[in-house]
Write a protein that binds this ligand. Structure first.
Ligand code: NZQ
Length: 386
């Protein structure tokens, strides 16, 4: 393993009574009274969560910024930054999924600078101070509720880029699995795929020893798969939602990557697609991960054989190539069984776009920490997903 320091300051408050702890959580981080509540397209109003939160914030001066879209856009972040500056906001509360939380991370950092927020994403400027923020999570998927990463889309330039800073760990995240009951089935599926994808990215890592990580990743992945089936059949099954919610959080809060980074090529492949076609991140990953596995397993089969044993319990007596095939098929079969898409053509995305996607993925040169992809490899993977 590489030497490492584990740091994660986010207070995770989990359970049926978590949201009611909101006022006491905010009071730990500000004496100020001006709160900006950020949210998405309105699901929190339909579900009643908005009213519940406003009641809890009765003693505060509350401002609202709704309309943060899935795959949050730079143009929207800029509008919210103007509100934070204009109203001199003391604390931001993000209520939503990865998109609202990622957007809020950039709002929080950009509100303390005069620069264009995109300068932060493109690393032209490093934030040194932020407006503190907490989250109430409404979809289990990205892990953004307990990490310091954020992914922003610049729709004007068709770029979707990730950035991060230790300053944008949420101060706290309140997770009540009951909030997930209202998720449409396709969003539950996207969340299952996204959290599993984070685990897979980290399983395929550059370390020569990742025994502890392997065991945690395989265990969490099996539990997410089992709970995913239950939650799709019974959307209000508390235990299944509980497992999916905590599973998605630990999948990307740093626990699973102690001593290595993981591969992360497939996330780059997906961000290039959703920068041009506004598809859900989880849907893109369901299509691209099996294609990446088919390509890379030709070059590094041993790790894929171990994946099949660890995650799908394939017969240890099988040949290496049979194990590799069974592991990839196991993943494809599971994702298809829960209704995830499997081909780019499901979204009318055709081969004419592959050059454009490839150029976007290669903006920093060849990528992938487990197996490095060049342009030829990238195009080959998109073709496998066509
Ligand atoms: O906008 P509203 O109306 O709230 O509806 C949302 C949205 O349409 C809906 N939804 C969320 N909670 C709901 C609900 N509908 C009913 N009931 C609820 N309880 O679900 C839709 C999707 O929400 P979104 O926040 O976009 O989903 P997700 O959490 O999957 O976030 C995706 C974004 O996160 C980025 C992705 O690239 C994408 O932009 N990622 C962020 C990461 C990170 N920060 O660590 C890592 C991820 O891999 C990912 O790249």
């Amino acid at each position: 393993m590489n030497s490492f320091t584990f740091y994660n300051p986010t207070q995770l408050v989990f359970g049926k009574d978590s949201i009611e702890k909101l006022p006491q959580m905010i009071s730990q981080f500000t004496d100020g009274k001006k709160i900006l509540v950020t949210y998405g397209g309105g699901s929190i109003k339909k579900s009643g969560l908005h009213t519940r939160i406003m009641n809890l914030l009765a003693d505060y001066e509350v401002y609202e910024f709704g309309g943060i879209e899935p795959n949050p856009r730079l143009s929207t972040v800029k509008k919210a930054v103007a509100v934070v500056k204009d109203k001199d906001i003391d604390f931001i509360l993000a209520v939503g999924g990865g998109s609202v939380i990622d957007g809020t991370k950039l709002i929080s950092a950009a509100s303390k600078l005069d620069n264009d927020p995109w300068d932060i994403v493109t690393r032209q400027v490093t934030p040194t101070e932020v407006v503190p923020f907490g989250t109430i999570l409404t979809i289990s998927a990205t892990g953004s509720e307990m990490n310091a990463g954020s992914v922003i889309t610049n729709w004007e330039t068709n770029e979707k880029l990730g950035w991060g800073s230790p300053l944008v760990f949420p101060k706290f995240s309140l997770l009540n699995p009951e909030v997930l009951y209202t998720l449409p089935a396709n969003q539950t599926v996207n969340g299952i795929v996204d959290s599993m994808s984070h685990l897979i990215e980290q399983y395929f890592n550059e370390a020569d020893n990742s025994a502890i990580g392997d065991a945690m990743i395989a265990g969490v992945m099996k539990e997410i798969m089992a709970a995913g089936r239950v939650a799709l059949a019974q959307p209000d099954n508390y235990e299944a939602r509980e497992t999916l919610m905590l599973g998605a959080t630990v999948a990307l809060n740093g626990f699973m990557r102690m001593g290595y980074n993981g591969d992360w090529a497939t996330h780059n492949l997906e961000h290039a697609v959703s920068a041009v076609h506004d598809i859900a991140h989880g849907a893109g990953l369901a299509i691209l991960f099996p294609a990446w596995m088919k390509y890379v397993s030709q070059h590094q089969p041993a790790r894929f054989a171990q994946f099949a044993e660890d995650v799908f319990d394939v017969d240890q007596q099988l040949s290496e190539s049979a194990k590799v095939e069974a592991g990839i098929k196991g993943l494809e079969d599971y994702w298809q069984s829960i209704g995830a898409p499997s081909r780019l053509s499901d979204f009318d995305i055709a081969a004419d776009d592959f050059e454009t996607f490839a150029d976007k993925t290669l903006f920093n040169g060849p990528f992938g920490n487990f197996y490095q992809l060049d342009k030829e490899a990238v195009i080959a993977i998109y073709k496998l997903a066509e």
